[in-house]
Design a protein around this ligand. Sequence first.
Ligand SMILES: Cc1cc2nc3c(=O)[nH]c(=O)nc-3n(C[C@H](O)[C@H](O)[C@H](O)COP(=O)(O)OP(=O)(O)OC[C@H]3O[C@@H](n4cnc5c(N)ncnc54)[C@H](O)[C@@H]3O)c2cc1C
Length: 408
Amino acid sequence: MKEIGSAVGRRALVVGLGISGISVALRLSQAGWIPVIVEKHAGRRSGGYFVGLFGTGRAAAERLGILKSMTDRAAPKSVTLDLDRMGHGKPGLGFTDLPGRPWIMLRGDAERAAYAALPEHIEIRFSTVPTAIEQRADAVEVTLTNSLDGTNAIESFDLVVGADGLRSTVRSLAFGPHKQHLKRLNHMIAAFQLAEPLDGIAPQDGATLMEPGRSMWLFPFADQAPTALFSYRTDDVDAEFSEPPAQRIRRVFGSRPLGPILRQAIDELENADEILFDSVEQVNLDSWHDRRVVLIGDAAWCPTLYSGMGLSAALSGAELLGTELERHPEDLELALTSWEKQIRPYMEYYQEIGLRQKAFFTPATYLQILRRRMFIRLQALPIIGKSLLNRRVTGKDGRMKEMDIAAA
Ligand SMILES: Cc1cc2nc3c(=O)[nH]c(=O)nc-3n(C[C@H](O)[C@H](O)[C@H](O)COP(=O)(O)OP(=O)(O)OC[C@H]3O[C@@H](n4cnc5c(N)ncnc54)[C@H](O)[C@@H]3O)c2cc1C
C-alpha cells in the first residue's frame, strides 16, 4: 500500500548488479523504497581488476555505511618501475602519482562491501534483462525476459534505474541506440589478475612498460599478486574483437622480441580465468533521466578507467540519488532534476580527466614518453619535487577527486 507523499512502498527496478546497482538499491531501501534488482548474468561476479577509491567515493561509501567494510590494499613502500623490453627498470610513475589520494582495491572488494550491506529481503533476479520499457503517467511498464527459459513478464514500477554499465540496455531502450551516445576513444584494454608476481619484479612493486600507442601496467597490492593491464591505440575498434585477446596483444606489440617481462605477462593473459577485453568509450547524454527512467554509473557518464573515477562516481551518484528521492518524495521530476544538477559538473569533469589521463596510461608518441621521464626527474628534485607533490593534492584534479559531492 503506497502512502501519499512518501516513498514507502514505491517499487524501483534496478537493472544491473555492479557497484552502481548495488549501491542504488541499498540507498533506495534506506529511503523507504522497494528495490527489485535484475542482473543479466546467472550469478554475482567477484574479483575483477584494480580500482582506486578516491575521497569522493569514500565520503559516499561512509554515508552508505559500507566504508568500514572496505580497506586500502595499497602495498606499503611500493615503487613503480619504468621497464624496457629487456626488463631493465628505472623509477617510473604509477597510479598513485596521479592527483588525489586513492585507496587501492579490486572492483570485487567494493561490490562485496556494498552487497553485504543489502538487506536480505531485497529481491534479486539473475539471468533477467529488460527487453521493453513503456512510460505511462503513473508508472513505467517493463518487460522482463528470463534468459534461461525465454519467458517474459510485464511489471509496473514507479522508477527504473539503469545501472547496467557502458553498453546499457536501459539506455538503448529509453534514450536511443548506443551509437548515438557512445564516444569511442580508439583505445582497447585487457585487464586480468596475475597468478603470481612476474619474475624480477618485487611483489610490492608496480611497473609500467611504455611504447608509443601501447603500454603494460602492473598494479601491486599489499596482500595478493598484482593485476595487469594492457592498453593500446587502435584505428578500428570492431576489428579488435576478431581474435583472442592474448593473440591480439602479441600482434599489437609487433615482431620485435618481447623480452622476459612482456612475454611472461602475455603468457599469463593467455591462461587467465577471467579477462576484461574491451574498447574504451565514454557516454554522452544531454540528460540522464526521462520521466520515470534514470541512468547511473557507467550507463550514464562512463568516465573510463583512464579517469580512475568510475567507482567513486558510481558510489556518489547512487548515494545522492537516494538522498534526493528521500528529500522530494512527492515529486520525482524535482528529485531527479535536482540530483542531476548537483552531480553533472563533477561527472563531466571526471570525463575530461579521463580524456587527459589517457596519455598518462598510454602515451601516443615518443615525445610524450620523454616528457613523462622528464617529469619523473623533476619529481626527484628537492624543491621542485615538493611543489609538484603539493600540486597533486591542491590542484583542481586532486580537489575534484577528493570532493564530497553531496556536501558540496
Ligand atoms: C580495467 C579497468 C580499470 C578501472 N579502474 C578504475 C579505477 O581505478 N577507479 C575507478 O573508480 N574506476 C575504475 N574503473 C571503472 C569502474 O570499474 C567502473 O566505472 C564501475 O565498475 C562501473 O560500475 P557500474 O555498476 O556502473 O557498471 P558495471 O560495473 O559495468 O556493472 C553493470 C552491471 O549490469 C549488468 N548488466 C549489463 N547489462 C544488463 C542487462 N541488459 N540487464 C541486466 N543486467 C545487465 C552487468 O552484468 C553488470 O553486473 C576501471 C574499469 C576498468 C575496465
